[in-house]
Design a protein. Structure first.
Length: 115
């Protein structure tokens, strides 16, 4: 099994930046895909970005060019650098990892962007 702990959320003004981190522990050798999702109040959880074990990344159209996902396999950590934040980026951000055929979720970290 895998445990995930996110950090880095907070309150930021529009146009600002935040960097989210998600550290995995447990049986991390089985982790393949890592990613970030978000859920705004009253909305469904949506994909933000994913990154494969080989480093290939995929982004939601709404964050392309503003957000960058990266990972440090030695530290079992995935990052999300968020620049040029907008009020519509306000949400709880969840880390997600694929572990063999399973999915694991973090507890979420709140990101609030004030306009």
């Amino acid at each position: 099994q895998v445990q995930l702990v996110e950090s880095g959320g907070g309150l930021v003004q529009a146009g600002g930046s935040l960097r989210l981190s998600c550290v995995a522990s447990g049986s991390t050798a089985g982790i393949n895909r890592m990613g970030w999702y978000r859920q705004a109040p009253g909305k469904r959880r949506e994909l933000v970005a994913t990154i494969s074990s080989g480093g290939s990344s995929n982004y939601a159209y709404s964050v392309k060019g503003r957000f960058t996902i990266s990972r440090d396999n030695a530290k079992s950590t995935v990052y999300l650098q968020m620049n040029s934040l907008k009020s519509e980026d306000t949400a709880v951000y969840f880390c997600n990892v694929g572990w063999f055929a399973n999915n694991y979720w973090g507890q979420g970290t709140q990101v609030t962007v004030s306009s």
